[in-house]
Design a protein around this ligand. Structure first.
Ligand SMILES: Nc1nc2c(ncn2[C@@H]2O[C@H](COP(=O)(O)OP(=O)(O)OP(=O)(O)O)[C@@H](O)[C@H]2O)c(=O)[nH]1
Ligand SMILES: [Mg+2]
Length: 362
């Protein structure tokens, strides 16, 4: 197999299979989101299309006719990568890769892409381990599936397929690695738990910033604490939890405030699982700041996604303040009931601080 398309500016084709009922507008929005993820990774989208089907094709996910079309179109536009906007079954991944590999294309599914982005942004050891754990759960079934295909091809009656023995070795290796990674992650979790116990003994209150990716969480953390953490116009710029101290001038007290990874539609469960330790700051916070990019036309949808993830991690009962960020980009003012701020200009930050005080120290 040729090396994976890790170089920047890989020409990429995006494919989405959508149900019959979906409107063209919705379909284009889904593709636009995938395109944004692709460019966050560093790929350049040369073709994007969707195919309406009742069900994804069981063997190849997209229809065989479409696959043949792509096998010709791909090389013609110089595409080296095809990304499918869903999770593929191992079988589908195998068949598609086999077919399109001959045309010089790698095939990724949505989860592969997200893992690649996370991998690119992981800076500390804990985030790297979290991603490795998610990759193991994602790739494991594929490797087993591949072994089955290989043994079916290679092994005759009564012989043990070459693939089968290799699969056994790989399976064992993966299991061992998974155990090691989990053990290491547990030590991070333990020290986090200790820190938290320490804080609560000291009566320190904690605030966690949550929100859709790119909503401005890190910028808001910086605005509230005077720190200079990395904020960027890319998805998943932050992968680890940073804790800063938040001074509350009204009552002359300090609280702790943490930033975390951004949420996204269909955040794969393995990732939520793998990032449990990082997300635990939010789960145990006294208050959540739900940051919304008020200038994004999909703000309402993104809020639902965030609420859904909060439910999944068990953080939905924590009091929260919805922070309508990027107010400087709005042409019209928001309704007075909405707390609007601009993390970049600082507008509304004092009012936000006052609200935080009221919730934490009623
Ligand atoms: N105009 C404007 N831009 C903002 C504001 N807040 C954040 N941004 C920009 O939005 C982009 C994303 O900001 P981040 O703070 O990195 O967003 P995030 O939610 O931490 O994103 P991830 O960590 O990637 O999930 C950056 O380019 C910021 O400069 C704001 O109030 N107004
Ligand atoms: Mg961030």
């Amino acid at each position: 197999m040729s090396s994976s398309p890790d170089s920047q500016k890989t020409k990429t084709i995006l494919i989405d299979v959508i149900p019959q009922r979906m409107t063209p507008k919705q379909s284009l929005e889904r593709l636009a989101e995938l395109e944004e993820l692709t460019s966050t990774y560093g790929g350049i989208v040369v073709v994007k299309k969707y195919q309406r089907r009742l069900h994804p094709h069981p063997k190849m996910y997209i229809g065989p006719g479409k696959v043949e079309e792509l096998a010709v179109e791909g090389p013609a536009v110089g595409a080296k990568l095809l990304i499918i906007n869903d999770r593929l079954k191992p079988r589908q991944m195998y068949e598609l890769s086999e077919r399109l590999g001959k045309s010089g294309m790698h095939v990724w599914d949505r989860m592969d892409l997200i893992l690649k982005i996370f991998g690119k942004h992981a800076q500390n050891a804990e985030a790297k381990l979290e991603i490795e754990l998610a990759s193991i759960s994602h790739m494991g079934p594929r490797i087993y599936g591949m072994g089955m295909e290989l043994s079916r091809q290679g092994g005759g009656i009564g012989t043990l397929g070459v693939g089968e023995t290799n699969t056994e070795i790989m399976k064992r290796h993966l299991k061992e690695r998974e155990r090691t990674v989990k053990d290491k992650l547990r030590t991070y979790q333990t020290s986090r738990d200790l820190q938290r116990a320490n804080r609560s003994r000291k009566g320190l209150k904690t605030v966690a910033i949550v929100g859709y990716t790119n909503a401005g969480k890190t910028t808001l953390l910086n605005a509230l604490t005077g720190r200079r953490e990395y904020a960027a116009n890319e998805l998943f710029a932050t992968l680890d939890t940073r804790v800063g101290s938040l001074y509350l001038p009204g009552i002359m007290k300090t609280a702790l405030i943490s930033d975390t990874i951004g949420f996204i539609r269909d955040l794969p469960p393995e990732l939520i699982q793998a990032f449990a330790s990082t997300l635990s700051e939010a789960v145990h916070a006294d208050l959540l700041l739900h940051v919304v990019d008020a200038s994004d036309k999909n703000a309402a949808k993104h809020m639902d996604v965030v609420e859904d993830v909060l439910r999944k991690i068990g953080a939905d009962k924590i009091p929260r303040i919805v922070v309508w960020n990027k107010a400087d980009r709005l042409k019209r003012r928001l309704a007075a009931s909405k707390l609007s701020v601009s993390a970049t200009t600082g507008a509304g930050i004092d009012e936000l601080t006052a609200r935080i005080e009221k919730v934490l120290f009623p």
